[in-house]
Design a protein around this ligand. Structure first.
Ligand code: NAD
Ligand code: ZN
Length: 234
């Protein structure tokens, strides 16, 4: 095996204390998705949306990467082939665990994007209408660098290329309802790529996987990484 493609979702950060997207009530941290995760919601009430992400950012800053994040960093470092890590998460726990190449297909909470010049800048504390874009100097044009519903995810070409070249596809802690990521397992299966799902629960996309590791990410991911690295060590 030469190439592993990993897709992570909110479930990998759950044991670090960051809530997953959809509670059983269909809300994100008590908010309707269309209010806090859509361009229309931002247009209607920017102050509320800025403040929602300011709170998310503070919670992410307080969270600590868990054993699953660390195991994936170890895999990237020690696996003799290629490891592609694509995440739907907006947190930076993969990076803080030591992963060096993380593809954030839904953007990053710790970054802002300028609506005027499109420049992406770091934003690790609070963002609101008073911030100035460090690239073009305009005040009030920065928005959270998050891909909202109705917007096109980032890096799709690179992702498609890496996925279709892989020998193994592993999805960790994702519910498989947000497209296009939800379609990756089916795409991998169509290309004859072996697929593994790591999740304590079954999901909409479970039928597309060859193997299911049922349990929390902090248990199942380190054990799976140990198995891969011992099988490839000489
Ligand atoms: P989701 O909330 O829809 O699904 C979470 C999945 O994780 C579920 O299938 C659940 O069974 C599983 N899970 C719960 N606890 C787990 C554990 N301990 N170990 C492993 N799996 C566990 O999440 P999703 O599929 O990633 O939804 C996509 C959207 O959520 C993305 O757009 C993303 O931006 C957003 N989001 C990100 C974060 C974050 O950055 N941490 C948090 C909330 C939402
Ligand atoms: Zn700008």
């Amino acid at each position: 095996m030469k190439s592993i493609f990993i897709l992570t979702g909110a479930g990998i950060s759950a044991e670090s204390g960051i809530q997953t997207f959809r509670g059983s009530d269909g809300l994100w941290e008590g908010h309707r998705l269309e209010d806090v995760a859509s361009p229309g919601g931002f247009h209607r009430d920017p102050t509320m949306v800025y403040s929602f992400y300011n709170v998310r950012r503070a919670k992410i800053r307080d969270a600590i990467p868990n054993a699953a994040h660390s195991a994936l960093a170890r895999l990237e470092r020690d696996f003799p082939g290629t490891v592609t890590l694509v995440t739907q998460n907006i947190d930076d726990l993969h990076e803080r665990a030591g992963s060096r190449q993380v593809v954030h297909m839904h953007g990053e909470a710790m970054k802002a994007r300028c609506l005027k010049c499109q420049a992406i800048s770091l934003c690790e504390t609070t963002l609101d209408e008073t911030n100035r874009c460090p690239a073009c100097g305009t005040v009030g044009t920065l928005r959270p660098h998050i891909v909202w519903f109705g917007e096109i995810p980032l890096f799709l070409e690179e992702i498609d290329h890496a996925l279709t070249q892989a020998d193994l596809f592993v999805a960790i802690g994702t519910s498989g309802v947000v497209y296009p990521a939800a379609g990756f397992a089916e795409l991998a299966a169509r290309h004859g790529i072996r697929t593994i799902e790591i999740n304590p629960a079954s999901t909409e996309i479970s039928p597309h996987f060859d193997e299911h590791l049922r349990g929390p990410a902090t248990e199942k991911v380190p054990a799976w990484v140990d198995g891969i690295l011992s099988a490839t060590s000489v």
